[in-house]
Design a binder for this molecule. Sequence first.
Ligand code: ADP
Length: 320
Amino acid sequence: MTPKPSSASNPPPRIVVLGSLNMDLVLRVPHAPAAGETLQGHSIATIPGGKGANQAVSCAREGAQVRMIGCVGDDAHGTALRNALEQDGIDTAMLRTVAGEPTGTALILVEDSGQNRIVIVPGANARVELDEAALKQQVQGAAFLVTQFETPMDQVARAIAVAHGAGCKVLLNPSPVQPIADALWPRIDTLVVNEIEAQTLCGQAADTPQQAAQAGQALRAKGIARVVVTLGARGAVAVDADGARHHPAPKVQAVDTTAAGDTFLGALAVALGEGQPFDDAVRLGIRAAALCIQQPGAQPSIPRRDAVLQSPLPPDWTAL
Ligand code: ADP
């Protein structure tokens, strides 16, 4: 089924994203240097990234009205990240510049073999402090609060509580994965996890679509309406009250899978916010992510809705 874009009579959904912003410094190198070795690299690229910012950009390019909550440092990377969001029409009024902290940075070494080695310095991302009153105002009437675990856990938990209390649905991507407090589970509407995060959170393997379906059911039983387990090249498994379905991904040549999960999540969130059925939303996410991985880098590789709708349809889903 082809997802319907928003129409004028149906205003774009509003989405509030709380999360990280990183500048990705991508160094292409023959191999990772050994201790004491000085190595000549092939190239360096400075690319806007960070899970929170990537997801915000994906939501915006899918047509949502997006507001980003987070922190950058008072430096050139902070200014560049703020500008990048604004170029996508994202409201940055709640993006704070923190004096004396560097902007979050991800140093990514890409070896000739394709293997990545990544060091993340959270910097200003660790300084996110929620203004509950301001957040309450923002989430009122919004389709979703979207958040992840790259900003301090206590602030994420507070934001989830505020959104839930204000009647705004919460879409959580618990990455990098860490345990979720019992009180938080029933406040989450939609959970998006990859196979490793699913396994960590429910203690059972989620490598195959069948296992992912079982893991998704176990996570749903904690009080969540919908769970998506993403399975890389094998697509994703959607789990809700109607059961579990495997949505295969189209076969494409992967150039760089950075931001694939974030792209998927943004497309899913916007489609759900538009009122599209869960399976159509997952399918849109799979098409968007397939386009993302055919381009290098994080934010530059996130497609717009019109490109997603022009891309080939993935294979049909199957009930599990
Ligand atoms: P994460 O990057 O968060 O670990 P995944 O690797 O599961 O997430 O990827 C997220 C989504 O991106 C997948 O559900 C799939 O739709 C898409 N994807 C990732 N890798 C590929 C691939 N090699 N071919 C096609 N789609 C892919």
